[in-house]
Design a protein around this ligand. Structure first.
Ligand SMILES: Nc1nc2c(c(=O)[nH]1)N(C=O)[C@@H](CNc1ccc(C(=O)N[C@@H](CCC(=O)O)C(=O)O)cc1)CN2
Ligand SMILES: Nc1nc2c(ncn2[C@@H]2O[C@H](COP(=O)(O)OP(=O)(O)OP(=O)(O)O)[C@@H](O)[C@H]2O)c(=O)[nH]1
Ligand SMILES: [Mg+2]
Length: 445
């Protein structure tokens, strides 16, 4: 069965300065030239031809650029043609429809251009996924981390595990199959397994940061009524988003605002203040406060002046498993003793005057992120983390077995670890897994 030629818009289906119809496959050039008869039969690859795009009757629909990439020197590794037209959605539909009139061309499925690039060895799987991350990136940190992935940051670290693991597997199989020739090749197997497991574990431990960069962090402001949460929220967001009033119980619904600090995307949430015996609607609001606390990466407990440590501790417990950052709000009002023993100096802030707000930003970031820069992170996705976890487990079993079991068992576990890593790099993937990965791409990518 011959490879089909696929076509799709490479640009968003909305009005823009330029819109691109892209074809990839054996008949890309032949079909592309039907719309651009001015282009020579053997165009210079990567040369931009200014040409008319015509309909079936030869009437000009647009004037644009025609670009030809000859296999295998193209994004997909196949012949690729781009019709770079003016960015009118209806015009682009007409051009695409004309291309699809040819029975040998079919619409591309989501992610199919990138999938072909992967299948033709232009990108490994981790880099192909970085393409999708880059398109989805909505913060500077996410852009930089995805760009690092596209240039191979994750791939290299996976390969640095895969290569020695493959060598180890070969050594073990050698000893099993040719005990005389390969004698001694399994000597340091246990130490080699341990070192690889430690490195896999290190990579796995970056999954949390990967999630923060990719999805952004959720930071909830909470605390007793009237503590100054909404005032602080407005100050952090830089505009008067939340209602502020001296009546306790002003905020009822959860308010969410998106900010970007040091390149990292954050969702800031302002919540209904906690108190005993709230009114009916207020109680619904407090239930929502608890809900948002449970899904947060960090809870900022805003303590009003004059609270007791018993109260502060009770509010701290409201956050459950979510880490809590304590701040003393309304610090312009009065100086007072630190009510909570958290081991760290209590941050003093005033939403009203802005005092301490920069320090709060910095502390929130370092609590979420720790040291280092978000751009340097290897973007370990949930999928990668799952595969790495299985690799670590197999290596742990191999380590355990190396003292007590047969070499077959050790080698078997090393083989399983290798398979799991192959799901990240793409050296060991099923069609079903590829379907699942590329389905999440957009059409035309
Ligand atoms: N117009 C346009 N812009 C685009 C793309 C595209 O397909 N079309 N891309 C699509 O996502 C990205 C660029 N990615 C590309 C990656 C590789 C090759 C390519 O031709 N690779 C060849 C030759 C390499 C070389 O000469 O250095 C190869 O890998 O063999 C082209 C685009 C972003 N911008
Ligand atoms: N002096 C001083 N007053 C503040 C400060 N922050 C808030 N206030 C005042 O305290 C009152 C309550 O402020 P809010 O920001 O609405 O407090 P809240 O914690 O959101 O209150 P609820 O939504 O009712 O839980 C208002 O009258 C604010 O003007 C502050 O930093 N210093
Ligand atoms: Mg409020």
């Amino acid at each position: 069965m011959s490879v089909s030629t696929i076509a799709a818009l490479a640009t968003a289906p909305a009005a823009g300065a330029v819109g691109i119809v892209r074809l990839s496959g054996p008949v890309a050039l032949e079909v592309g030239r039907k719309l651009a008869p001015g282009v020579p039969a053997e165009p210079t690859p990567r040369h931009a031809y200014l040409t008319a795009f015509v309909d079936a009757e030869g009437r000009t629909l647009d004037e644009g650029l025609f670009l030809y990439f000859r296999a295998p020197s193209s994004f997909t590794g196949e012949d690729v043609v781009e019709l770079q037209a003016h960015g009118g959605p209806r015009l682009l539909q007409l051009l695409l429809a004309r291309v699809l009139e040819d029975g040998r061309v079919r619409p591309a499925r989501p992610g199919e251009f990138t999938r072909r690039a992967f299948l033709h060895g232009r990108l490994d799987l981790a880099r192909a996924e970085a393409v999708a991350d880059l398109v989805a990136a909505d913060s500077e940190a996410a852009v930089r981390a995805a760009a690092a992935g596209l240039s191979g940051a994750l791939s290299e670290r996976i390969q640095a595990l895969e290569d020695p693991l493959r060598a180890l597997h070969a050594d073990l199989e050698g000893v099993l199959n040719f005990p005389d020739e390969a004698e001694g090749a399994d000597e340091d197997a246990s130490a080699r397994v341990a070192a690889l497991r430690a490195e896999a574990q290190r990579l796995l431990s970056e999954a949390g940061r990967g999630r923060l960069v990719r999805r952004g962090a959720r930071v909830v402001l909470y605390g007793p009524v009237n503590a100054g949460k909404s005032t602080l929220f407005n100050r952090l967001v830089g505009e008067a988003r939340a209602l502020v009033d001296d009546e306790p119980g002003t905020t009822r619904d959860v308010l969410e605002a998106r900010v970007e600090w040091e390149g990292l995307a954050l969702a800031l949430l302002d919540t209904a203040g906690l108190r005993e015996a709230p009114g009916r609607v207020e109680a619904l609001g407090i239930a929502r406060t608890r809900e948002s606390l449970s899904g947060a990466d960090l809870a900022v407990l805003v303590l009003p002046p004059g609270v007791s440590s018993t109260e502060a501790e009770a509010w701290t417990r409201e956050a459950g498993a979510t880490p809590v950052l304590h701040v003393a709000g309304k610090c312009d009002v009065e100086a007072r003793a630190v009510p909570v023993s958290t081991g760290e100096a209590l941050l003093r802030v005033s939403g009203l005057t802005g005092q301490g707000v920069e320090g709060l930003r910095t502390t929130v970031l370092s609590r979420l992120w720790g040291g280092g820069t978000p751009s340097a992170v290897a973007l370990v996705s949930e999928r990668h983390a799952d595969a790495l976890r299985r690799a670590c487990e197999a290596l742990a079993r191999a380590e355990e077995a190396s003292g007590v079991s047969t070499l077959e068992v050790v080698s078997g576990e090393v083989g399983l670890a290798l398979e799991a890593l192959g799901e990240v790099s793409g050296t060991h993937v099923s069609e079903a897994l590829l379907d699942a990965i590329f389905q999440r791409f957009c059409i035309g990518k």
